[in-house]
Every structure is written in C-alpha cells, then in structure tokens.
Write a protein that binds this ligand. Structure first.
Ligand code: ATP
Ligand code: MG
Length: 356
C-alpha cells in the first residue's frame, strides 16, 4: 500500500484538441488541486493507448494530438514543476497490470458499463467491438492503481470507470492481500459541468462528435459558434417568452458566468437569475444574451490562448516536459507492478530465490 500519500491521476485521450467541456469538467479543477499544495504527487496522462482502442487505423491522428493535448494542459496552467505529464504507452507496466486485472473482471460486468454501452452505440460498434475497446475500463483501472491514485478529478462519464477500478482493487486485495489503493472520483461541484452538452444541445460535448468549442480556437471562431448556438426554437420574436431548459446559451452561462461579469459586460442586470427571469417573461432577445456569453467565454479563453502561443514557440521544451513526466511515471508504475507481482506470487527473480 502507499504511505498514505495524496496522489492524483487523471487524463485525456489524444483524439483531438481539448474543449471547454474538458475545461469545466476536469482541467480547471486539476489546476486548482495542483496549486492547493495538498497533493504529494500528480500524474496527468495523455492516453494514447486508450485512444488507439477505437482509432487503431488512424495512428497519425493519435500522434498529432499528443502535442495538442500537451499544449492545452500547459496553456490552462498545468505546471510541469508540480505535475507529471505523461504519455500512456511509454509506461508499458500499465499493459502488464491490465493483463493481470483481466482475470478479476467478468465479460458481463463490462457489458453492463453504461459509458462503454453509450460509446459503443455512438461509434456504431454494435456488431464489431474491438476487444481492446471493450476492455478499456480494465486498462483505466491499471492507470489509476499504477500511480496509487487516491483522487481522480473527472467528468461524470468517468464514474463507471472509477467504480470498476474500485471493484478490481477490492477483489485484488481480497484475493492477493492488501496491495492496491482505493481511489475516489472528484466530480465538479457545479451541476452543468458534470457533462457539458455540445453547442448543438444534443449530446455531451465530445471530441469525437465535433460539437465543441476548443480551448485553442481563435476568438472569431468561438464567437461564430456562440452566435449560432442552439437556444429555444419557439423564442421567435424578442417579446416571446423563452425557455431555459435545453437552451445552450443559458446552460453555458450556468457553467461560465460569474457575478462580476454583469458589472463588466451587462450592467443593466444584477445577476444571472435576473437575466433568466427576463428571458422567461419575454422581451429579451437571443442576440443580446449570446453577446454576453461570448464576452464571458472570451475572457476565460484569452489568457489560455496567450499561454499556448508562448509554448508553441518553444516545442523543444514541451518535448522535454513530456519525456521527463513519462520517465517519472514509468518509475512509479514499475514499483507498483513489482508489488502486484509479489502479491500474485509471480516474482521469480527478485532475489528471494525460486523455491516455490
Ligand atoms: P472522446 O470523444 O475521444 O472520448 P472526449 O471529448 O469524451 O473525447 P475524453 O478524453 O474522453 O474526452 O475525456 C477526458 C476527461 O474530460 C474526462 O475526465 C471526462 O469526464 C471529461 N469530459 C469530457 N467531456 C466532457 C464534458 N462534455 N463535460 C464535462 N467533462 C467532460
Ligand atoms: Mg470520452
């Protein structure tokens, strides 16, 4: 077992640039936790091996997005002096752990995982699910336990993964003796940030669906997306009463807007409740609310863009950060793997002799 350290493991798949759903669902929290000074070790993983489970025929996409995701991390404030940014496939110990954990999970348990079910449907995999994709919750358990993570800051779609991990931890520890650390998920406290919908309002904002506002997108592009966002289709004339449910502009305001934004950009309202009331009553047009949302989101993204531009001029440094983080991660995972192998009695050549 770990020595009661507080350790974070979290990560993202390099299947595209990171979007504002990642930001409110996980990235922002990671930076706060990182800067709280409460954690002894932080591992932030670019999950290329997992990305390949449903992109096996497109390795170039995965490779290209490693740097994009790394730049996104650095630009939101992940600090390589405090957090290890690592590339999953470099830590080959993770695949070894996955192989042993596979013995502790049933096929029917994997079939019941609601996130995997939804993702299979979304990718039209029903009749041809790659085995690697089907078993990715097991590989996520390897990721979390390899670093002895106590905390996993993530969005709501990761709850079944952390549940699966906890089951593996309990099973492993009861069969082989106390070895693995039991993790907890840290969900965003703001409800809309648990699973931010895409700009079309149809599904979770997701790299694979192209319904995103990306963190690195130029100001004009972001504005264009916000101005064309899905609102209330029955709110046709300004004087019509408007609905808030399913209205993405208000959903995003719930996620991004702070009290002080009103004084700065929309002083005729004191707060978001007043704005919502006016919209529901009628007499408030979509364009005005969208312009306000645009100001709020741009204020959040501006410093991120600026920081990204700095790092983009310095890609050698980004490469070194990834290399250092991956090496540190590999060292940590190797320690866990040797504990696991000892617990499983498959540590034949570690100096104890081979009398079985
Ligand atoms: P993909 O479509 O490739 O699965 P994704 O957009 O779902 O990409 P992931 O890399 O799978 O992104 O998710 C990384 C992290 O971001 C996870 O912790 C996940 O919970 C969180 N996250 C992803 N999308 C959202 C969202 N729309 N709202 C809140 N959190 C999110
Ligand atoms: Mg996902």
């Amino acid at each position: 077992m770990g020595e009661n350290k507080k350790i974070i493991l979290t990560g993202d798949r390099p299947t595209g640039k990171l979007h504002v759903g990642h930001y409110v669902g996980s990235l922002k929290r990671r930076v706060e936790l990182q800067n709280s000074g409460e954690y002894d070790e932080i591992y932030i993983m670019i999950a290329d091996a997992q990305a390949l489970t449903d992109n096996a025929d497109n390795p170039q996409k995965v490779r290209d997005n490693i740097l994009e995701v790394a730049l996104d991390y650095l630009s939101v404030g992940i600090d390589p002096a405090k957090s290890n940014i690592l590339i999953q496939s470099y830590v080959s110990e993770l695949t070894e752990l996955s192989f042993y954990y596979m013995n502790l999970v049933t096929v029917s348990r994997l079939q019941r995982n609601p996130t995997v079910k939804a993702e299979i449907q979304m990718r039209n995999f029903e009749t041809s699910i790659p085995v690697g994709f089907f078993t990715y919750p097991i590989s996520q358990a390897a990721d979390i336990t390899a670093f002895e993570a106590t905390a996993v800051p993530a969005g709501e779609d990761q709850m079944p993964m952390v549940e699966q991990t906890k089951e593996i931890v309990h099973k492993f520890n009861s069969v082989y003796g106390e070895t693995l650390v039991d993790p907890q998920i840290l969900l965003p406290s703001n409800k809309v940030c648990l699973r931010l919908p895409g700009i079309d309002g149809k599904a979770k904002m997701s790299k694979s669906l192209g319904n995103c506002i990306y963190l690195s997108e130029p100001e004009a592009e972001v504005k264009k997306k916000i101005m064309s966002m899905f609102t209330d289709p029955d709110h046709i004339r300004i004087e019509d009463p408007g609905k808030l449910e399913g209205n993405m502009v208000f959903t995003y305001l719930d996620a991004f807007c702070r009290q002080e934004h009103f004084a700065e950009y929309l002083p005729e309202y004191a707060n978001l409740d007043e704005l919502k009331e006016h919209y529901k009553r009628g007499g408030l047009g979509d364009v005005k609310v969208k312009k306000f949302l645009n100001n709020v989101v741009q204020e959040e993204l501006r410093p991120i863009r600026a920081k990204r531009a700095e790092y983009e001029k310095n890609m050698d440094e980004v490469y070194e950060i990834l290399k250092k983080g991956s090496e540190a991660a590999k060292e940590k995972a190797a320690v866990t793997l040797s504990k696991v192998k000892a617990a499983m009695k498959i540590n034949y050549f570690d100096g104890q002799g081979i009398r079985l």
